[in-house]
Design a protein around this ligand. Structure first.
Ligand SMILES: NC(=O)c1ccc[n+]([C@@H]2O[C@H](COP(=O)([O-])OP(=O)(O)OC[C@H]3O[C@@H](n4cnc5c(N)ncnc54)[C@H](OP(=O)(O)O)[C@@H]3O)[C@@H](O)[C@H]2O)c1
Length: 332
């Protein structure tokens, strides 16, 4: 495993981070229900592989992911750098309508009051008295950044959080938040199929010493096998809402596998996921590879991506051949 500092903080995090959305299940990840003991085994495996960085959010399974992790972390909380999120909540005490899912209405609220309440709620579910890194899940312009970041800085002083991360944001948001304190990372979608937002963001990350944390680099599995795009997903499943399953993009993804990805997996003797992650790591030096896991096998395979020395030429070829399948902006 490789390690890096998260932004300019002293948090030493593994480059591969454990994404905890899928373990929350619910209507968006309905095909695999995990119990606390399964999550405890996943964390055992993560620890063995050197993965010390965990990402979750209150809304993943509407509290399920946080609660499962809270149980699984009992007695070993300090072994991991734990990251959760604020702003999206279903308390019904304010905020802007964001979505309805799993039978609840979720609002987005970045007011100081809401952010502080989010942290108290997460601390209880995660059974801990501190969160290493807190992500503003959806940056929002309704409340002044000074107010939101002011609350986050107070939480740092109180020892309840140690670092601030922004998500679903723009470079201008990073610039604005950075006026009031350090933003350790931005957590943004970035993949071979939708790389433009990242390319627009890297310069700002360099300017502010901020880590670029990728989510969705495997596109929820679509970049892990040629036939994933042919699967049928139940209503509500996040994977059935992505643009990849519709023509002409679907055909373009098949071509990408046939013409480039399959030959390159043979050349480098690696899995598709390894090839994609090796490509992703090559795009920016201070990159955090946040990957969703629900099975130990996929975690074990993922860490092999560091063994691949992907050539500049092959990385360029992958990007060129992905062009017909790419979309500019994704909303997950
Ligand atoms: N800030 C935001 O708005 C936001 C949005 C989306 C995601 N996120 C965060 O980012 C994390 C990652 O995103 P994601 O989970 O949506 O998608 P992802 O990482 O692109 O894909 C996760 C899927 O890839 C599979 N996978 C992982 N490694 C693999 C391997 N080596 N071989 C084959 N399959 C492999 C996993 O399989 P198994 O399930 O079988 O293990 C899982 O189904 C989330 O869990 C969440 O923590 C944040």
């Amino acid at each position: 495993m490789k390690y890096q500092k998260l932004g300019k903080t002293d948090l030493e995090v593994s480059v591969v981070a454990f994404g905890g959305w899928g373990i929350g299940g619910g209507i968006v990840w309905p095909d695999m229900a995990l119990a606390a003991k399964d999550v405890a085994s996943l964390l055992d495996e993560a620890k063995d592989l050197g993965i010390n960085y965990i990402d979750t959010a209150p809304v993943y399974g509407t509290s399920v992911s946080e609660k499962l992790l809270g149980e699984a972390l009992k007695g070993r909380r300090d072994d991991f750098i734990l990251q959760t999120k604020c702003s999206l909540n279903w308390r019904g005490d304010g905020g802007n309508y964001h979505y309805s899912r799993d039978g609840v209405t979720v609002n987005n609220d970045t007011s100081a009051r809401a952010v502080k309440q989010d942290v108290e709620d997460s601390l209880l579910r995660l059974k801990t008295d501190y969160i290493d890194s807190l992500v503003v899940h959806y940056v929002c312009k309704t409340w002044p950044v000074e107010e939101t970041m002011g609350a986050l800085q107070e939480l740092i002083k109180e020892g309840k959080i140690r670092a601030v991360v922004l998500s679903n944001s723009q470079p201008a948001d990073l610039e604005e938040y950075s006026k009031y304190g350090h933003v350790a990372a931005v957590q943004e979608f970035f993949s071979l199929l939708s790389p433009f937002h990242g390319y627009d963001y890297f310069d700002a990350c360099t300017k502010y010493g901020t880590t670029f944390q990728v989510y969705g680099s495997l596109e929820e599995g679509f970049l892990t096998r040629p036939d994933f795009v042919d699967k049928e997903f139940p209503a509500g499943d996040v994977r059935g809402k992505l643009p990849w399953i519709h023509e002409p993009i679907k055909g373009a993804i098949h071509n990408l596998f046939d013409e480039v990805l399959t030959p390159l997996t043979e050349k480098y003797n690696c899995s598709y996921a390894n090839l994609i992650q090796a490509w992703t790591l090559k795009q920016y030096p201070n990159l955090s590879l946040l990957t969703g896991f629900r099975r130990a096998e996929t975690m074990r395979d993922t860490v092999k991506c560091f063994d691949i020395d992907l050539s500049d030429e092959d990385a360029k070829l992958m990007l060129e051949k992905a062009a017909p399948a790419q979309v500019p902006v994704l909303d997950k």
